[in-house]
Write a protein that binds this ligand. Structure first.
Ligand code: UDP
Length: 321
């Protein structure tokens, strides 16, 4: 790609799980990438392999405060936020701040630079849904004062803020509603079901199933998600688009798949279901297929779990003895 066409992208939360995969992909597409992260839940280990690339820069900065980025920017991908239920339960104020103040700052920067802005939103905007599968026109069923309220409402506010900047200031905004995603670089201790089950399976421990395990989720491999996000960034779609894998299963079935792929013989142990834990979740990806040039997930669960297990195998400490 010649310099004239080379674009400059800022990824907030770029040292996180999805953010780091995005940085990698944007570099591979020939863009210059600035990764911004305060490393609260992100990790330099996720991006250290990119430091040798002269088109990559890292700014250790909190997007909740005033952000200054010298030079031109063509794209801002706003991915900074704690994103696992355990993280946002432990960091409720930071979660609210980055979704509200952080989104405001990032949008202000997009306006100033004339950059296109893409917001990482979430299936959590649908709450514990009463419409199944969830399509983009559904307004959701969210408890603002429950333990998940800090995340759900921050992301709902962020969507509203992006729409206001689009309508009022003419900023080009894109909104992706991300459903459960998994893959290498998830944090082993972030409490989400995949790292929890992987860690337990690889250590030969029991798998902690919350509730009776009949609640459902639909898991998307990170490469499929990143492809959908890039297509959305380059599309003309101004309204939210679900990106996820519609392959729905119960959490128990998911646990069985982790055992099958890792070869572990662990049993399940049942813990109480956390408050407001959604009973079902599955994206309707009809709109994504339509507006993202026929995009759909390509990597099946077994293949995705194999790649993820490979990553975790090197990181899980087996108990001694
Ligand atoms: N879950 C579980 N065991 C765990 C962690 C999570 O059974 O050790 C369940 C959790 O109650 C939820 C589902 O797995 O129903 C997905 O949880 P996760 O935290 O990954 O994301 P969520 O979809 O709830 O945001």
């Amino acid at each position: 790609m010649s310099d004239g066409h080379r674009k400059r992208a800022l990824v907030t939360g770029g040292a996180g799980f999805i953010g780091s995969h995005l940085c990698e992909r944007l570099l591979a597409d020939g863009h210059d990438v600035i990764c911004m992260d305060n490393l609260l839940t992100g990790d330099l280990a996720n991006i250290e392999h990119l430091f040798g690339n002269e088109r990559f820069r890292f700014f250790h900065q909190d997007v909740t405060n005033y952000i200054h980025v010298p030079g031109r920017l063509d794209f801002i991908l706003h991915f900074a936020s704690p994103a696992s239920p355990r993280d946002y339960l432990e960091l409720p104020i930071q979660t609210l701040k980055v979704g509200s103040l952080g989104t405001h700052k990032a949008l202000g920067l997009a306006r100033e630079k004339g950059a296109r802005f893409l917001l990482a939103s979430t299936s959590e905007v649908y709450g514990d849904p009463q419409v199944h599968p969830q399509h983009e026109e559904y307004w959701g069923h969210v408890n603002p004062v429950g333990p998940r309220g800090c995340y759900d409402e921050a992301k709902r506010f962020a969507e509203a803020m992006a729409m206001a900047y689009q309508r009022h200031h003419g900023v080009e905004t894109r909104i992706v509603r991300i459903f459960n995603t998994y893959g290498p670089r998830m944090r082993l201790d972030d409490g989400r079901v995949l790292p929890a089950f992987m860690g337990q399976a690889l250590r030969g421990e029991e798998l902690t199933v919350f509730g009776d395990g009949s609640q459902t989720r639909s898991f998307c491999y990170v490469d499929d998600l990143v492809e959908g996000i890039l297509r959305l960034l380059h599309s003309a779609e101004k309204y939210p688009v679900n990106v996820g894998n519609p392959n729905e299963m119960t959490i128990k079935q998911f646990g069985e798949a982790v055992l099958r792929i890792t070869g572990a013989k662990s049993k399940f142990v049942f813990h109480p279901l956390p408050q407001d834990d959604p009973k079902v979740r599955k994206p309707d990806i009809g709109k994504a297929r339509r507006v993202l040039g026929g995009w759909e997930p390509k990597i099946g669960l077994d293949e995705g779990l194999r790649r993820t297990a490979e990553y975790f195998r090197g990181r899980v400490q087996k108990p001694r003895g």
